[in-house]
Design a protein around this ligand. Sequence first.
Ligand code: LLP
Length: 380
Amino acid sequence: MTYNDTIGQLPTPCYYYNLELLDATLKNVLKESSRYPGFHLHYAVKANANPVLLKRISRFGLGADCVSGNEVLRALECGFSAGKIVYAGVGKTDREIETALANDIFCFNSESLPEVNVIQEIAERMGTKARVALRVNPNVDAHTHHYITTGIEENKFGIYLYDLERVIGVVQKFPHIELIGLHFHIGSQITDMNVFRSLCLKVNEIQARLAQQGIAFPHINFGGGLGINYDQPYEEPVADFKNYFATFARFYEPLPQQQVHFEPGRALVAHCGDLIAKVLYVKEGKKKKFAVLDAGMNDLMRPALYQAFHKIENITSDKPEEKYDVVGPICESSDCFGKDVLLNGVSRGDTIVIHSTGAYGEVMASRYNLRELPGVFYAG
Ligand code: LLP
């Protein structure tokens, strides 16, 4: 049976993961990052928290970047070692902080002084010491969609540069906090390496400024953000890790012995997943044809939420190409996966593949309209 036949037989809508491609991606990311001693990877669990994928990723020895207490617990269950877990987020609850401390994770990426204060209190009560890196908002524009830009001053994220020395001064006096580093994350789906270059130069500047005051940290964390080629999933199934790490190696000036951390999410898993759907109806309007799918925005939010592009293919038909608006069954105009998409002539029952949905797909699915959550299947 061919790959397409297999896909055609899956109950839809469902996510279909290519675990061989995941392995190939993980091998590549490790090959490229290990050229540079002192580079460490923490997979951003938020991109896809599916246990099958997580177990695969942890087996390759990566750490985990978590944004909730439940993600910390899921990462531990799936084999990530506590000593490689970092935990970020602007609104950690007391309970989540306790969970992370009880499991002795590597480091909290902390976003504000009030939060470090609470971590200090809880660590004191638990008779332990918390390792903390301060997330700094470097005011570097990622030039990506404004909903996924995080490193400019109008965002809620991180400690602002003008306030950095004051916050460091206060935190260094906390007896139950060990301040071990700085953390940055400026946005997601970044494909222009000049953006990462700007981040490196900015961090060099910040470190030089701090060094003048005798402040130096053993860890620096650049977050995630490396983008993938959504237009050409077949041509470029693995992200450009080579160029990515080379950019940091070339432009970032680490302090002696400093360890450099990364938190890739999308780039590790996006191409490994497709959303598979069936055509319920073809509807002809005066100016348009609509392909109405059995998958909706509840299964894949990205197009509705960020106007995100995903390559869409009709794998059933070899009829001549025509343009369709590819839509879901939900009563919202934004329930649309693509407008004027060229597809081989569509009929009821055809199988449609929405590509590169392994990141921020399954994990953001909801039961809106009381629809079932999408199914999940694996190849490889
Ligand atoms: N580290 C931090 C602190 C983050 O906030 C994020 C993502 C990452 C790492 C991983 O970034 P990545 O390597 O995946 O770009 N739902 C949106 C993306 C939101 C990303 C939020 N932060 C989407 O579907 O495009």
